[in-house]
Design a protein around this ligand. Structure first.
Ligand SMILES: [Cu+2]
Length: 136
């Protein structure tokens, strides 16, 4: 009972709450729709992506609906392949929903992260706001 109340109170007050342990990575295989597009919704909170481990197929478009559930804190959604095959960067303001589309061309595992930070605090990525895109 008390635990449930505590959870309710803590959600949405992210800038003030203590860091929670990162959620275990639950690989999410994004299904390919009839039109060939791989669609999924990712929820952005402080400081997490849910799901945070996405698996897609190379050569087919990916459409992600990024939904922020924060009240104040802005986040972003970055995927970078150091080799240059993929570069995605999208800001998502508090409470907003944005749709992005990209087509991964190279197989591999690429980091997803939020590089926002309120200096001199650690970056959101440092607080656990990261994940990965696995391209098969
Ligand atoms: Cu963030």
């Amino acid at each position: 009972m008390l635990g449930a109340v505590g959870l309710l109170l803590s959600s949405g007050l992210a800038p003030l709450q203590a860091a929670e342990p990162p959620a275990p990575a639950a690989p999410f295989v994004i299904p390919v729709a009839a039109d060939g597009v791989q669609r999924a919704t990712v929820t952005l909170d402080s400081y997490s992506y849910t799901p945070n481990h996405l698996i897609v197929e190379a050569g087919k478009p990916v459409e992600l609906t990024l939904t922020s559930v924060t009240i104040i804190t802005p986040h972003n959604f970055i995927i970078k392949d150091p080799a240059g095959s993929l570069s995605v960067e999208q800001d998502v303001s508090a409470g907003k929903t944005v749709t992005i589309k990209f087509t991964p061309t190279q197989p591999g595992t690429f980091p997803i992260y939020c590089d926002k930070r309120l200096w001199p605090m650690p970056s959101h990525r440092d607080k656990g706001m990261e994940g990965k895109l696995e391209v098969k």
